[in-house]
Design a protein around this ligand. Sequence first.
Ligand code: AMP
Length: 115
Amino acid sequence: MSENCVFCKIVRGDIPSTKVYEDDLALAFRDITPAAPTHVLIVPKQHISSLAEISDANAEVYAGLLKIAAQVARDEGIAESGYRVVTNIGDEGGQSVHHLHFHLLGGRKMTWPPG
Ligand code: AMP
């Protein structure tokens, strides 16, 4: 846990969130500023800064998060129409919260390349 991390605070329940999924590994909740009709963040309970921290020791955390993303997509009814899973890394990657999270975006046609 990181004292001043907003997603650690959400995991602890110190900041409210709209949860859509929770297990021992992770929490999934709706993004406060949705960029699509479905915009869910999948966040590990343990504080990891970003995808850049992946290693042999924690790779199963990342696999678990992606599995949850696919499960939430099914639950949200967007598995058939398609969706996007993205994680931003660092300043130029557009990361604003430095606690690993995958964005699950769907419910509209996505464009490419992203901005
Ligand atoms: P990123 O810019 O990739 O680090 O994504 C951070 C995301 O967290 C943004 O899409 C924000 O809208 C979202 N966010 C920040 N604070 C909260 C919060 N308290 N509850 C839900 N989503 C949040």
